[in-house]
Design a binder for this molecule. Structure first.
Ligand SMILES: [Zn+2]
Length: 125
């Protein structure tokens, strides 16, 4: 049971860091508001425990499915976002169909921010 509690705490701490990375300082400077926004976002996506599971590409559905993924330049299929640490590159999009890879200097959090901003812009009347 102790392991579960510790895991739980660790997860919460990580979630808080993600909330901060996504919303501060671009959307708000207040961590409480950032946390509320993050919870709201998770509730909306109904996938709180799996938010970042797309990083390792094992989960078929993640927040990226709702935010919108990049399309493969070769075959136009959806791409999966992974965190990497190779020199100046911090993330990479990988085609789920043909395996084409597109490296990026943006971190996964920066991609999520970018996609969220794009979605917010699209929702505006
Ligand atoms: Zn492809």
């Amino acid at each position: 049971m102790k392991d579960i509690d510790r895991d739980d705490f660790h997860k919460r701490a990580q979630e808080l860091i993600k909330a901060r990375n996504i919303f501060i300082p671009h959307v708000t400077k207040n961590i409480t508001i950032a946390w509320d926004l993050y919870q709201e976002m998770l509730a909306e996506e109904k996938m709180a425990p799996r938010l970042m599971s797309d990083i390792d590409g094992r989960q078929p559905r993640t927040i990226l499915d709702d935010l919108g993924r990049l399309s493969c330049l070769k075959c136009d299929s959806e791409m999966s976002l992974r965190e990497i640490d190779k020199g100046k590159y911090r993330s990479q999009w990988e085609c789920l169909k043909c395996g084409a890879v597109r490296k990026s200097k943006k971190t996964v959090e920066q991609w999520i921010q970018k996609l969220m901003k794009r979605n917010l812009a699209l929702r505006k009347p």
